[in-house]
Design a protein around this ligand. Structure first.
Ligand SMILES: [Zn+2]
Length: 119
């Protein structure tokens, strides 16, 4: 499963930043067009976190809706699929949101640390 490897990456990145401190919460941004199922990450997180400083941490996943901007008419619109065309018929779309997969922030037991990293 593709998401299992991604979850391992996320846990490894956060564990590295935590440097041995206990992590209580991890917040992720998962774009709906990223090709990653946030449910699968949620499902594998507890197992992957077991035995690491992330064990027992709360996982907050924010699903990011697809958003694009037309390069011809500059309209900004929701893109439920990767190649949703603009209402003007144009398919030359700049991606604004929806493809991200990142650790938005995480919290230690004693202090809070905000960081952003790509998985
Ligand atoms: Zn347009």
């Amino acid at each position: 499963m593709h998401e299992l490897g991604i979850t391992r990456n996320i846990v490894a990145i956060v564990a590295e930043h935590a440097a041995g401190r206990r992590v209580t919460r991890v917040a992720l941004d998962v774009g709906r067009l990223s090709g990653v199922m946030s449910e699968a990450i949620r499902f594998s997180f507890d197992v992957v976190a077991q035995g690491t400083c992330l064990e027992g941490a709360r996982l907050d996943i924010r699903d990011i809706e697809g958003l694009g901007r037309c390069r011809i008419c500059a309209t900004q619109f929701a893109t439920p699929a990767l190649y949703t065309p603009c209402a003007c018929g144009c398919r030359d779309i700049e991606r604004i949101a929806g493809e991200e997969l990142k650790v938005r922030e995480f919290e230690f037991e004693t202090s809070e640390h905000r960081a952003s990293a790509s998985a």
